[in-house]
Design a protein around this ligand. Structure first.
Ligand SMILES: [Mn+2]
Length: 497
């Protein structure tokens, strides 16, 4: 018997104009058959079929109204064949008709969906028939295997029980999900993999200051960084967003003249040349940069001046560049001779935010007034107060340091000729998590969370350090209890992925 030949079809020239025309028809809500009818009238030289339009949609060149089901007629037809067999027992039941109708209306449970994202696509099939092979499934869902390759797929099966009068009928449901990739990649206008959603910054007007003193808010080691889950790719932060929000609320409350970031604001575990780099830290630098940028932008709106002191962790980036690819060191764009490309201040856009970067570690420093110097610090001694008291031996002025993640203050009075001088060494602790998530030699660290406000007079004047402790997102400050805000936390959880 001779095979029935398909009617001869002219090769359709899919010009951009034609694609746009078809997209417009589909977006306006026309069904595929209606589109064919219109197009065949407009272009008598071509023979438009459902298939020819669908294949364009499959290859991602047409945008269509997502509310239109892809091939409803085919899907309904299959169901009508299937249901009588499955529901044989139900036929005798007087409820049979109405129950069947319910299933037919149940569009959520079965059918298929094909979504393209640039060079990738996901086919999600749900239905009562178990496709014998993957090729069968692709063919029945009109996936063009000339264009798409299956990268991987999963098959799930489960049973659905339905009560029909006195009888309970079980029927199997299948789900096949396939991830596809284009055989010949196309240029996509937007990146198809977005790890981070853009952050929108809305500056708020500064409020009038409450106190007449000049003030500086000191925020110690945040160690912004993440551990990436092998199971679901989720990011577990090293930094304590609750503690950082306390800092933000303190900045809003006090409207300080200066905010000083004490160094080690980024952890940069991927850039370490000393410690083993666990695969859990791979590809975590970008979200870390983005999140710290968000905090700096938020803090920036509450102060006149902002200082960022380089710590040993920021220095990791420069060291890694020198050690691994010296050609990248000091590299600047031809049109921006001032901007080194691969540095912490460039990546955090500190210039644009008006933040002064004080480096390199360990010499990077900032003088609040002639008597009080701020730097990240190098010395770390075990035990409360030990580092601060050891530093006093060589002190020739008062100092605020970070680095040790302990809340310490020690003072020493000396008697030079003609007067008495008291020096203070103070460390506000850390705003990183202290529950063992931050990479360190051990997980049970003797660390404390805190921050400080410094009241000061300019020049050779007085200063007063006011320390604040943070306990699990709560801080008792100046007669009120400040708590971390859930809105900020959930915003960041949603934004940084
Ligand atoms: Mn440090």
């Amino acid at each position: 018997m001779a095979k029935t030949k398909k009617p001869h079809r002219h090769y359709i020239k899919w010009t951009d104009e034609l694609k746009e025309e078809v997209s417009n028809l589909l977006e306006r809500g026309y069904t595929y058959p209606k589109c064919c009818e219109i197009l065949n009238r407009r272009y008598p030289e071509y023979n438009f079929t459902l298939e020819s339009i669908r294949s364009q949609k499959r290859s991602g060149t047409l945008s269509v109204n997502p509310r239109i089901p892809l091939s409803p007629s085919k899907y309904r037809r299959k169901k009508q064949v299937l249901e009588p067999n499955l529901l044989d027992e139900g036929k005798k039941n007087p409820y049979y008709q109405s129950t069947t109708k319910d299933i037919e209306d149940d569009d959520e449970a079965s059918g298929h969906n094909f979504e393209t994202h640039g060079n990738y696509a996901i086919l999600d099939y749900r239905g009562e028939d178990n496709p014998a092979t993957l090729d069968d499934l692709l063919a029945s869902c009109d996936v063009d295997t000339e264009i798409w390759d299956v990268e991987r797929y999963v098959v799930n099966k489960w049973e659905v029980a339905m009560k029909m009068g006195e009888t309970i009928v079980h029927r199997p449901l299948f789900q096949v999900k396939a991830w596809l990739v284009r055989k010949l990649p196309v240029v996509v206008e937007f990146p198809t993999i977005k790890t981070i959603r853009p952050i929108v910054y809305k500056p708020k007007p500064r409020k009038a200051k409450k106190c007449k003193d000049r003030t500086a808010l000191i925020i110690p080691d945040a160690q912004v960084g993440f551990r990436k889950s092998f199971d679901d790719g989720s990011l577990d932060p090293f930094h304590d967003r609750k503690a950082l929000d306390i800092c933000l609320q303190m900045a809003e409350k006090h409207q300080p003249d200066e905010i000083i970031l004490l160094g080690d604001m980024l952890d940069l575990p991927e850039w370490s040349d000393k410690f083993m780099i666990s695969p859990e830290f791979y590809w975590t630098t970008q979200p870390s940069i983005n999140e710290l940028y968000w905090w700096i932008k938020e803090l920036r709106q509450y102060c006149e001046k902002m200082i960022y002191i380089e710590g040993n962790h920021e220095l990791r980036m420069a060291k890694a560049v020198v050690k691994n690819i010296v050609a990248a060191y000091n590299l600047k764009p031809a049109n921006e001779p001032e901007r080194q490309v691969l540095t912490v201040p460039t990546l955090l856009a500190l210039d644009e935010l008006g933040v002064e970067y004080c480096g390199p570690y360990p010499d990077g420093e900032y003088w609040i007034n002639d008597n009080l110097r701020v730097h990240h610090g190098q010395l770390a001694r075990k035990g409360g107060g030990k580092t601060a008291s050891a530093m006093l031996n060589d002190a020739r002025n008062s100092e605020i340091i970070g680095h040790i993640h302990r809340h310490e203050m020690a003072q020493r009075t000396v008697h030079p000729r003609g007067g008495i001088k008291t020096y203070v060494v103070y460390s506000p602790g850390t705003v990183a998590r202290i529950d063992g998530v931050v990479p360190a030699y051990q997980t049970r660290n003797d660390w404390q969370q805190g921050l400080a406000l410094v009241h000061y007079q300019e020049g050779n004047g007085l200063f007063q350090i006011v320390p604040y402790n943070i306990h699990d997102g709560v801080c008792m400050a100046d007669g009120e209890v400040i708590k971390a805000r859930k809105t900020i936390l959930s915003h960041l959880e949603k934004t940084i992925k």
